[in-house]
Design a protein around this ligand. Structure first.
Ligand code: G1P
Length: 376
C-alpha cells in the first residue's frame, strides 16, 4: 500500500505566514507538522510515500528530502494549482497505480498515529468496502467535512463544511481508498468554494452504491489550519516534552519543569517555565519565556516576556511583552518600550517588524513587574 500526503494547499487561513511558507512546515514543538504525519505513516508500515506539493515545492523537498531519514521513499508530485483534495488525487493518479492507498492531509496532527487503523484496514480489506474514513466529534461541524452514519455503521452521507450540519462527526484528514476513488475524483465538479472536494468524491462513491466505512479516531486529533488550532496542537506537543537541558543556563536563571533546551542556546538572567522548547542557538536574556511556548532555532529574546506562543526560526523580541497566544513567522521582529501589563497577541508573517506602543499606564522607569526580570 502507498501513502499520499497532501501539502499543496494555499493555507489561506494562516496568512500572512503562508505567503512565504507551506503550512505543513510550521513547527509544533520545533518539528514541522508534516514530519509527524510522515513518521506516523512509516510507523504504520508504509514506506512508499507520494507528497503532493504546490508553490512551496522547493522548501518541502529541502526539509523532507528523499525520505531516507524516515525509512521511506518519497516521490514529489506537483499540483500546479490548489484546486482541492480530489484534484490532488487526480494529479497522483499515475503514481498511485491500481493499488489501495492511504491519504493523509499534511497539516493534520494525530499523536497516537495511524498504525492501528492501517492494520485493521489490511485485516478487514476483503469484508470492505471501497473507502474507509476516520471521524472525530467536533464542537463546530461547519468547519469540516461532515459524515452521517447509517445504522450499520457505514457512511450514509458526506458534506463539506455544511451551514446546517446533520451530525457532529468531522472527517479527519486520514482516508483509506481502493482504486474505485479514481472514478469518483474524475466525476466530481467544483464545489461552491471552487475546489474539487474529496468529500464530494466519497459522496459520489456512496451514491454509486459503494460502501464507505467510518471509524472514530482514538486519541487526540487536530487540523492545524488556523492560528488557534496550531497553538492548541503546539500545546499538546509540549505536554509531552521531557526535560533536557543541553544549552547553557547562566547564573541568576531558572528553568522550571519540562523544558527542552537545545545545544548552543543560552539562558541569561531569565526564567523559562515549562512546558517549553528552546531551539539551538537561541539567546534568552533578561526575559521570561513560557509556559506553553516553542522557540525555534536562532531566536533572540531580550528584555521580554512571552508565553503560550509559537516563535519560528530567527524571531527577535526586544523589550516586548507580555506577548501571548502569538504566532511569529521566521525572522519577525517585535520591539517595545518594555513589558507592560496588557498582553499583546500577534500573528506576524516572515520578516515582519512591529514596534509596540507599549502600556501607557506604565512608564519604562517603573519597576519591573512581578515575574519579569527587567533589562539590566
Ligand atoms: C479538509 C477537508 C475536510 C476535512 C479537513 C480535515 O478541509 O476538506 O473535509 O474535515 O480537511 O482536516 P480543509 O482543511 O482543506 O478546509
Amino acid at each position: 500500500m502507498k501513502a499520499l500526503v497532501l501539502a499543496g494547499g494555499t493555507g489561506s487561513r494562516l496568512r500572512p505566514l503562508t505567503h512565504t511558507m507551506a503550512k505543513q512546515l510550521i513547527p509544533l514543538g520545533n518539528k514541522p507538522v508534516i514530519r509527524y504525519g510522515i513518521e506516523a505513516i512509516v510507523a504504520a508500515g508504509i514506506s512508499e510515500i507520494g507528497v503532493v506539493v504546490g508553490g512551496a515545492a522547493h522548501e518541502l523537498r529541502d526539509v523532507i528530502g528523499d525520505g531516507s531519514r524516515f525509512g521511506a521513499r518519497i516521490t514529489y508530485l506537483v499540483q500546479e494549482e490548489a484546486l482541492g483534495l480530489a484534484h490532488a488525487v487526480r494529479v497522483a493518479r499515475d503514481w498511485l497505480g491500481d493499488e489501495d492507498f492511504l491519504m493523509y492531509l499534511g497539516d493534520n496532527y494525530l499523536p497516537s498515529g495511524i498504525a492501528d487503523l492501517v492494520a485493521q484496514y489490511r485485516a478487514e480489506r476483503r469484508a470492505l468496502v471501497d473507502a474507509w474514513i476516520l471521524l472525530a466529534k467536533v464542537e463546530d461541524p461547519t468547519r469540516f467535512g461532515i459524515a452521517e452514519l447509517a445504522a450499520d455503521g457505514t457512511v450514509a452521507r458526506m458534506e463539506e463544511k455544511p451551514a446546517a450540519p446533520v451530525s457532529d462527526l468531522a472527517v479527519v484528514g486520514v482516508y483509506l481508498f481502493t482504486p474505485a476513488v479514481h472514478e469518483a475524483v474524475a466525476a466530481v465538479g467544483p464545489s461552491a468554494r471552487g475546489e474539487l472536494e474529496i468529500t464530494d468524491a466519497v459522496q459520489w462513491l456512496i451514491d454509486s452504491g459503494r460502501t464507505v466505512r467510518g471509524s472514530s479516531v482514538t486519541g487526540y486529533w487536530k487540523d492545524t489550519g488556523t492560528v488557534d488550532d496550531l497553538l492548541e496542537a503546539n500545546n499538546a506537543v509540549l505536554e509531552d516534552v521531557e526535560r533536557s537541558v543541553r544549552g547553557e543556563v547562566g547564573e541568576g536563571s531558572e528553568v522550571i519543569g519540562r523544558v527542552r533546551i537545545e545545544a548552543g542556546a543560552s539562558i541569561v538572567r531569565s526564567r523559562v517555565v515549562g512546558p517549553a522548547v528552546i531551539g539551538a542557538d537561541v539567546l534568552v536574556r533578561d526575559s521570561v519565556v513560557g509556559p506553553f511556548t516553542s522557540v525555534a532555532d536562532g531566536c533572540r529574546i531580550t528584555g521580554s516576556a512571552v508565553r503560550s506562543s509559537l516563535l519560528l526560526e530567527g524571531v527577535r523580541l526586544d523589550g516586548a511583552g507580555p506577548v501571548e497566544g502569538s504566532l511569529l513567522g521566521r525572522h519577525a521582529r517585535v520591539a517595545g518600550p518594555g513589558p507592560g501589563t496588557v498582553a499583546q497577541r500577534l500573528v506576524l508573517g516572515e520578516h515582519s517588524s512591529v514596534l509596540l506602543a507599549g502600556d501607557r499606564t506604565r512608564s519604562p522607569q517603573d519597576p519591573p513587574q512581578e515575574g519579569f526580570k527587567g533589562t539590566s
